[in-house]
Design a protein around this ligand. Structure first.
Ligand code: SF4
Length: 205
């Protein structure tokens, strides 16, 4: 690992019904969302102007794509103040998140009817238009997050991908994890191994 971090991609597939049964608990997660500064201030986050059950109803299959961001030891060591931990962690996570979102958005036209779900609140704009009661500036690019729909990202990462999600506390963690998904109208043949290889190569560029 010569740069500040290295991205390792993981993939898992699950039928939607099983995914919802095992990992969705909206009643529990809405409380966390209501305590978050994004609540009612970011369009990708609750409160949502539709029923999540209705939104998910057309989809039969879920493809999970996760990015484990392994931080270089030098990156961890250099973040030696609370401010550096916060800014370094944020900058790395947001950089990878935007890259992965765009790569997965490019998948949607290849798999007609599919829809991407992201990880955490939308960060495309410095300040979300919702905070000023304005419409989303990029509705064609904005996607809702798995957590805003009440999915347990830690359990998904642990059970399906063998990753234990870590957070920055008094130091940067060894890795961050972003869990994204592609919702499919029905299961399709797709070379996910190839997608992971091609996508990983783009993170190295
Ligand atoms: S694209 Fe911009 S305006 Fe739309 S949800 Fe994201 S941050 Fe908000």
């Amino acid at each position: 690992m010569s740069s500040a971090y290295n991205v390792v991609l993981h993939h898992a597939s699950l039928p939607m019904a099983e995914f919802r049964t095992r990992y969705q608990d909206q009643a529990r997660y809405i409380g966390y969302c209501q305590a978050c500064k994004n609540y009612d201030h970011v369009w990708s986050c609750p409160s949502l102007p539709f029923s999540v059950a209705d939104y998910l109803a057309p989809y039969q299959q879920v493809e999970i794509i996760a990015a484990r961001i392994d931080l270089a030891p030098a990156t961890i060591a250099a973040a030696d103040t609370p401010e550096k931990i916060r800014t370094t962690g944020y900058d790395i996570v947001i950089t990878v998140k935007r890259q992965l979102e765009d790569l997965m958005l490019d998948l949607e036209p290849q798999l007609p009817g599919s829809r991407m779900l992201s990880s955490g609140g939308c960060n495309r704009c410095e300040r979300c238009a919702r905070a000023d009661k304005q419409p989303c500036r990029f509705p064609d690019r904005m996607r809702y997050s798995l957590d805003s729909f009440g999915f347990d990202l830690s359990a998904i990462a642990h059970d399906l991908l063998g990753i234990d999600i870590e957070w920055a506390r008094d130091r940067l963690p060894d890795h961050f994890t972003l869990v994204h998904a592609l919702l499919l109208l029905k299961p399709v043949e797709y070379d996910w191994e190839r997608f992971l290889q091609d996508t990983a190569a783009k993170f190295r560029n």
